[in-house]
Design a binder for this molecule. Structure first.
Ligand code: PFF
Length: 457
């Protein structure tokens, strides 16, 4: 079946524009803030290896499926799936995938924006020279003081929410395309420079060893679940973000190739972030497993010590704000498009409502670092719980539904005419991974991590 519909919201101007926007969504706090600290908490090398396997065998097939659904449906995630179900004579209940995704996006944005606020605060601190010559103890004290002040966190969270709302209210594509095109390469260059600094000034050999040497004795099913959840989070999968971006894709573009490029760039940035951080953690005597504060403490020590660190550090944090911002846009966009299409809201109203909702929920995350830190559910603070549920349960469940739907419930010819995979071997790989490997692997990891102890080996 020829697929010639176009999105009423316009199209990307080129394949590169889509790659950049999707990479802008994928590369964010997940790569530079979260990947290093959860790798630190989960033992290093083995975690990195499992993470890469998850990207390859689970992430890429699901990414292709998700972009396919968006490109074919050309509407918001719920309506796209409804449209496809009508064409394929499938139950309309599959729409739940879209609804599920929209809500997950807002839940993630609620804490994402709080952490992006930290990045803004650190950019201004670095710019004003407050971090010059700071040592590890000073950096740790400063970070702890910072997160224990709810009003300060609220102010930065509010600021980031407003910026996101303003930008998305103006429409995503025009601004996003040109901004990502310039700033993504800049982030990569700065990250490379940090890796070089870390190679000279940090304990590079031991940092590298920590990241690459797989010690499987520290791996449990929970570790595997966290690595898999991180792959979903980092690649922006399972919640309709890439479906929306796929809906703006023009007809002549190859989805599989494009997705492999986006996944590779995303993984490259995460690995570089690890290479920049771990050697400094070791050389400055900081703890690998100190959690969400890891980059704020390590990087400030690094910037404090390097010549030109004030300028370099400010630039780095600004680029990180930018990376967080391009990801936030993709977290909020599914809900915005849905509100516009379904309830006829203006873009401005939809942006204000969605950002307001995420802002309100974000207060839960803010207080979990200070006045509400004693309030725990299953031993987790509100922030930890939100992060755990969204990354390790909601995104993977969304991913399973997407790959099962595409793999089993869409007529093969329709998929083939869109994906245009020529080689028979790759066609086999595609069907094997979407139909069997990805859904089974996700289910298997989730059930084992939940304590069901399913052992097939
Ligand atoms: N991928 C983003 C990051 O790594 O920071 C976070 C994210 C964006 C997750 C969009 C999910 C999403 F749909």
């Amino acid at each position: 079946m020829a697929i010639n519909r176009t999105s009423s919201h316009g199209e990307w101007s080129s394949r590169t524009a889509f790659i950049l926007a999707a990479t802008g969504s994928a590369v964010g706090l997940g790569n530079i803030w979260k990947f290093p600290y959860i790798t630190g908490e989960n033992g290093g090398g083995a975690f990195v290896l499992i993470y890469i396997l998850c990207v390859l065998f689970i992430g890429i097939p699901i990414m292709i499926s998700e972009v396919y659904l968006g490109k074919r449906g050309r509407l918001n995630p719920i309506a796209s799936i409804k449209y496809i179900c009508e064409r394929e004579n499938r139950s309309k209940y599959w729409q739940v995938i879209g609804l599920f995704g929209i809500l997950t996006g807002i839940l993630i944005l609620s804490y994402y924006s709080v952490i992006a606020g930290w990045t803004m605060a650190y950019a201004s601190r670095t710019a004003f020279g407050i971090l010059n010559n700071i040592d590890a103890v000073g950096a740790t004290t400063m970070f702890n003081d910072f997160i224990s002040d709810p009003e300060r966190l609220l102010a930065w969270h509010t600021m980031f929410s407003i910026i996101t709302a303003i930008v998305v209210s103006k429409g995503v594509k025009s601004g996003l395309e040109s901004a990502v095109m310039r700033l993504m390469p800049a982030l990569l260059v700065l990250l490379l420079a940090l890796v070089i600094f870390s190679a000279f000034e940090g304990d590079f050999i031991n940092g590298l060893k920590f990241m690459l040497y797989p010690d499987f004795s520290v791996v449990t099913w929970k570790t595997v679940l966290i690595a898999m959840g991180q792959a979903f989070f980092s690649l922006s999968l399972g919640m309709g973000a890439l479906m929306v971006y796929g809906s703006y894709l023009s007809n002549d573009i190859s989805i599989p190739q494009t997705c492999v490029i986006v996944a590779s760039l995303d993984t490259l940035v995460a690995l570089l972030a690890g290479l920049a951080i771990f050697p400094i953690v070791i050389s400055s005597g900081l703890e690998m497993s100190q959690g969400p504060g890891l980059i704020f403490q390590t990087l400030t020590v690094a910037f404090g010590a390097m010549p030109g660190g004030q300028l370099f550090g400010t630039l780095f944090f600004i680029l990180l704000i930018f990376a967080a911002w391009t990801s936030s846009i993709s977290l909020i966009e599914p809900m915005i498009i849905w509100l516009i299409e379904k309830y006829d809201l203006t873009r401005m109203q939809a942006a204000a409502f969605s950002a307001g909702l995420a802002w309100l929920l974000g207060i839960g995350t803010i207080i979990s670092f200070n006045i509400g830190s004693d309030f725990t559910i299953y031993g987790m603070t509100i922030f930890e719980l939100l992060d755990y549920i969204t990354s390790n349960i909601l995104l993977p469940m969304g991913g399973i539904m997407i790959t099962i739907f595409v793999g089993w419930f869409i007529v093969k010819e329709n998929i083939n005419s869109e994906l245009k995979i020529k080689s028979r071997f790759l066609t086999f790989v595609w069907y094997f991974s979407t139909r069997i490997l990805a859904p089974l692997a996700v289910m298997f990891v989730m059930l084992n991590a939940l304590g069901f102890n399913i052992n097939i080996f």
